[in-house]
Design a protein around this ligand. Structure first.
Ligand code: G1P
Ligand code: ZN
Length: 542
């Protein structure tokens, strides 16, 4: 094998966000770009003689990128790459495979829920040996390496086809192609009572899982249909496509509207769920009810002990800062620890490794547990199904009972998308410079109790992170959080997260936007959102 040393392409200002590097396909496909970033990862992690897992969500450019990365892995001395057949692995399945095979780490090719296709997005992320996203010290090293690089190494010739399961060689490196679903399905069968879910379905319980033309189609068909006996029509949009059928594979009421409408219409099944491009996000619906991700985490925490994988109880619940406090209330009632971390799954890794948290969740449709080190869409669906199989109540009943016991955290996220980056930064810095003056002030009738720029020190590693978003708390149980997205690829996105607690006994069935109207108005005024963004309304309300 000849190894080529090729000059790199400058990676300017390409700082990986909460989930690795995400850019437009045309940026990644620009000759030398993917290569430079991949070499920066290799320079940072030094994988010579090691085993890596490689997989992607199958989006446009996945195949070409796999070829390049395999040839570069060989040239960088990697001993073995374990890769999903046809280059496919959902993100949670990749996380599981890294752990199961005790690999050195893994490369995941995905831009998650961002649109795919030639005009869409692509992404590359490095996960460490625990199966989780690389922590900040490693991503910082990757960034530093990307800025100090003048050559990449690539083996000549083509990498072997990934369509057949089995082993082949590329130079000295072994390429092992594995079935993408098998190991993951086996893990789910260990955690959940498949017999109970099977009999729930056999009793006439109906469900629809929307794979959104993305990676979970084959996983859902194997687990829900083949193993749990759901009729084939239960899986919607189950054939993955390179551009996700032209849609946004993002499981929320906006992008999964057909499913949302189905569950609110006359033909509603008992249960509805969806997952995203790479299979780590989830949306949960019952007949005539949408379960917010924050509420879902709380309900799962309160009921996890009903399921074999968590029968011994859970040790703690971790949620990202902008996720509602609903799960904190459950943790308090259970007498277990509750953690508030910065946005991004990587901050849960140390808590899961140390056994301090068992369940984790983010308001952005991410829920997971210590079974892998990523959020896991189908896992959340199966946990709900197992709980439903035990309780034999409707989703609505479970949620209503939960609120009656713990109170309800009305919650919504308002996104201002594709705003001018300078304006977005000005908004955040103005707000941050005013923080000390805010407590005691009144905005739109609400009194500000406290204002902080969220900083976090990892209780296990001691790693400190600052500037993770502004938290405003108001008297009367309202809270607002503001931060700029780290995953967008066009301009800036301002996320405003809004929450209002209603204790047991208060009105628990109000419309969320209505229940949040005071905190919405107050936060708009405090951060001068219309003045900075030129917008009076958010683009997306979820
Ligand atoms: C978004 C979500 C965040 C999640 C990340 C990766 O990041 O808000 O919770 O961890 O995607 O899926 P953001 O665009 O807000 O930086
Ligand atoms: Zn995702």
């Amino acid at each position: 094998m000849t190894i080529n040393t090729v000059p790199t392409q400058p990676i300017e200002g390409q700082v990986p966000g909460t989930s690795g590097l995400r850019k437009k396909v045309e940026v990644f496909a620009d000759p030398g770009y993917l290569e430079t970033y991949t070499q920066a990862i290799f320079n940072a992690i030094q994988p010579r003689g090691k085993e890596l897992v490689l997989g992607g969500d199958g989006r446009f450019f996945n195949r070409e990128a796999m070829q390049t990365i395999l040839r570069m892995a060989a040239a960088n001395g990697v001993a073995r790459v374990i890769v999903g057949q046809n280059g496919i692995l959902s993100t949670p399945a990749a996380s599981h495979l890294i752990r199961k095979r005790a690999a050195f780490g893994g490369l995941i090719l995905s831009a998650s829920h961002n649109p795919g296709g030639p005009k869409g997005d692509f992404g590359l992320k490095y996960n460490i040996a625990n199966g989780g996203p690389a922590p900040e010290d490693i991503t910082d090293t990757i960034v530093a390496c990307a800025q100090n690089i003048d050559a990449y190494y690539i083996a000549n010739g083509e990498a072997p086809s990934l369509s057949t399961i089995g082993e082949s060689q590329l130079g000295d490196m072994v390429i092992e192609v594995v079935d993408p679903v098998d190991d993951y399905a086996a893990l789910m069968a260990e955690l959940f009572n498949f017999t109970a879910i099977r009999s729930l379905i056999a009793s006439g319980f109906t469900l629809r899982f929307d794979a959104m033309h993305a990676v979970t189609g084959p996983y859902a068909t194997e687990i829900l249909v083949n193993r749990l006996g759901a009729p084939a029509k239960s899986v919607l949009n189950g054939t993955p496509s390179e551009d996700f059928g032209g849609g946004h594979p993002d499981p929320n009421p906006v992008w999964a509207k057909p499913l949302f409408d189905l569950l609110h219409g006359p033909e509603a099944p008992d249960f509805g769920a969806a997952s995203d491009g790479d299979g780590d996000r989830n949306m949960i619906l019952g007949r005539d009810i949408y379960v917010t991700p924050s509420d879902s985490l709380a309900v799962l925490a309160a009921n996890a002990h009903l399921v074999p994988g968590y029968a011994g109880g859970i040790t703690g619940v971790a949620r990202s800062m902008p996720t509602s406090a609903a799960s904190d209330r459950v943790a308090e009632a259970l007498g277990i620890e509750a953690f508030q971390t910065p946005t991004g799954w990587k901050y849960f890794g140390t808590l899961l490794d140390a056994g301090r948290a068992t369940l984790c969740g983010e308001e952005s449709a991410g829920t997971g547990s210590n079974h892998v080190r990523e959020k896991d869409g189908l896992w959340a669906v199966l946990l709900w199904l197992n709980i439903l199989a035990v309780k034999r109540q409707s989703v609505k009943q479970i949620l209503t009972d939960h609120w009656a016991k713990f109170g309800r955290d009305y919650y919504s996220r308002h996104d201002y998308e594709s705003i001018d980056s300078t304006a977005a930064n000005a908004l955040m810095s103005e707000l941050k410079s005013n923080l000390a003056a805010l407590p005691g002030q009144k905005a739109a009738g609400l009194v500000i109790k406290s204002a902080e720029d969220f900083a976090y020190t990892d209780p296990i590693s001691g790693a400190a992170t600052t500037g993770q978003g502004v938290i405003l708390t108001y008297e009367g149980g309202a809270r607002a959080m503001l931060r700029l997205s780290g995953t967008g690829t066009e301009g800036a996105t301002l996320r405003v997260y809004l929450e209002q607690y209603a204790p047991p006994g208060a009105a628990l069935d109000r419309d969320a936007q209505d229940a949040l109207s005071a905190v919405i108005a107050a936060t708009k005024a405090v951060a001068r959102i219309p003045e900075h963004t030129g917008r009076d309304h958010p683009d997306v309300i979820s």
